[in-house]
Design a protein around this ligand. Structure first.
Ligand SMILES: Cc1cc2nc3c(=O)[nH]c(=O)nc-3n(C[C@H](O)[C@H](O)[C@H](O)COP(=O)(O)O)c2cc1C
Length: 214
């Protein structure tokens, strides 16, 4: 079958609208509403998001899973010694992007990242499946490894080591980050490329809301 060329691929957005009278003044409330709609849709991983950081002044991005959202901001977990961990240590400004294809929606979040407490990280670590907990010990995330075999051997070794350990300790280099947002933009696809974009920017004690041209 002959594939259509990329430049002829076109999607018409028609599923929703984002108008001021429905958006409200609290971007966290709107985000929760959209996340719930994403969770109730056919999207497989609605909490998958792109985290962008700065590395030597260049943007670099990868997919992570959002694991918490409360009045502080957005929480995710990773290896503090990974590339992204190194990036955030030097430059804590970061962005998170969600793309919910099925709902024709995008959310762009920018802010400053800090580590969550050891207690919060440990609590979440122990809620993960045992194999993932061991995986955190196995993976020296972002480091170069000689081969797949080396990783599997290490996994076998650590599985043996922890065989009789009921509670696997959290590695000291593994834990959560919290992104405290200072701007959140909601994008809803609309017909004729006249999309809705509402940008919330943090002020001293609340949020300012503005409409951006698509
Ligand atoms: C769907 C999906 C979910 C992922 N979730 C996480 C996650 O929650 N934490 C994490 O450290 N890496 C996660 N990854 C792997 C990251 O994309 C990335 O490969 C890894 O964190 C290393 O990134 P870095 O070298 O830039 O630090 C996920 C990847 C995908 C595709």
């Amino acid at each position: 079958m002959k594939e259509e060329s990329l430049d002829s691929l076109r999607v018409h957005y028609y599923k929703g609208e984002l108008l001021e009278n429905h958006a409200g003044s609290d971007p966290f409330a709107l985000f929760n509403l959209w996340m719930n709609e994403a969770r109730n849709s056919e999207i497989k991983e609605p909490n998958a998001m792109i985290l962008s950081t700065l590395r030597d002044g260049r943007p670099t991005a990868r997919v992570l899973l959002l694991k918490g959202l409360d009045e502080r901001g957005f929480v995710f977990f990773t290896n503090y010694l990974s590339h992204k961990g190194e990036d955030l240590k030097v430059s804590p400004a970061a962005s998170i992007t969600f793309f919910w294809d099925h709902l024709e929606r995008q959310v762009r979040i920018e802010g400053i990242v800090e580590k969550v407490s050891e207690e919060e990280s440990t609590l979440y670590f122990h809620s993960r499946p045992r194999a993932s907990q061991i995986g955190a010990w196995v993976s020296n995330q972002s480091a170069i490894i000689e081969s797949r075999e080396i990783l599997e051997e290490k996994n076998n070794r650590l599985n043996e080591k922890f065989a009789n350990t009921e509670v696997i300790p959290k590695p000291p280099y593994w834990g959560g980050y919290l992104l405290r947002p200072d701007s959140i933009e909601f994008w809803q696809g609309r017909p004729s490329r006249l999309h809705d974009r509402l940008l919330f920017t943090k002020t001293v004690d609340s949020w300012k809301r503005e409409r951006l041209s698509p």
